[in-house]
Design a protein around this ligand. Structure first.
Ligand code: ADP
Ligand code: ADP
Length: 230
């Protein structure tokens, strides 16, 4: 059963740029789908249409069988974690406080929010006793990305959208973060849509890989095994 379904989705920006064209995509519950392709082929635009940061020009997007345009945007985004390349942590807040903001926003008590933040930091491999009281600038790039993932998971959303989440770290750290995330994903069973321009990352991580071509068209959508067989 599809968790996310795009039907005939297109996006033409105000200046006439066709970013996405007639896109059909069905993503199953608990599936990790990678959108891959050259820069400018419409991957980020697609991701932003799923969480309604951008409105499609044509077509429909459903999450859990419900048209996203009929859903309250605040409620919709609560069900969707969003991780971007340059995770924007609050620089003057300690790491634990950064992760606590989301549960606090949703009305949890301070004690519950703290407990939840500590649990999430452990999940992403950051010992809260060691790192919780540090500030973002006192962490490495890889560690900051992990905090970003922890914060995206804070509302326990069924869907995670990730735009080049490992793009800003060096290659060795990147592979480690990919592996760690895959392990976490197997444990949590989230539905994940991950954008990258790195085909190795796509093949390594995707249950299925959607290859975009220039002009926002879908060239292929298949399992890594099927793609490599061709
Ligand atoms: P990708 O994520 O694959 O790099 P994007 O979705 O960011 O691609 O962009 C797709 C196309 O849309 C590109 O040609 C880009 O220049 C264009 N584009 C992106 N955002 C805007 C915008 N706000 N206004 C006009 N064109 C845009
Ligand atoms: P990662 O592999 O997670 O990216 P690094 O190899 O970059 O980590 O960093 C190694 C260690 O150095 C980490 O434990 C991190 O906490 C520490 N570190 C990195 N940058 C800073 C900094 N600006 N201030 C204090 N400690 C730092």
């Amino acid at each position: 059963e599809a968790m996310i379904r795009l039907t005939g989705v297109g996006k033409t920006y105000d200046d006439g740029t066709v970013a996405v064209h007639e896109l059909d995509l069905e993503i199953g519950r608990g599936e990790l789908v990678v959108l891959v392709g050259p820069s400018g082929c419409g991957k980020s635009t697609t991701l932003k249409m799923i969480n309604r940061l951008i409105e499609p020009t044509t077509g429909t997007i459903e999450i859990n069988g419900e048209d996203v345009t009929t859903q309250d945007p605040v409620k919709l985004r609560r069900g969707i974690g969003y991780v971007i390349q340059q995770v924007g942590l609050f620089p003057h807040q300690k790491i634990t406080a950064n992760v606590m903001t989301v549960p606090l926003l949703y009305g949890e008590s301070k004690a519950t929010a703290r407990e939840r933040a500590n649990h999430l930091l452990e999940l992403v491999g950051l010992d809260p006793a060691t790192y919780g009281d540090r500030y973002p600038h006192q962490l490495s790039g890889g560690q900051r990305q992990r905090v970003g993932v922890a914060r995206a998971l804070a509302a326990d959303p069924p869907v995670l959208l990730m735009d080049e989440p490992f793009g800003a770290v060096d290659p060795v750290v990147r592979v480690r973060l990919q592996d760690e995330f895959l392990r976490l994903q197997r444990e949590l069973g989230k539905t994940v849509v991950l954008v990258t321009h790195d085909i190795d990352e796509a093949v390594r991580m995707g249950d299925r890989v959607a290859i975009f071509a220039t002009g926002g068209r879908l060239a292929q959508f298949a399992t890594p095994a099927a793609l490599l067989a061709h």
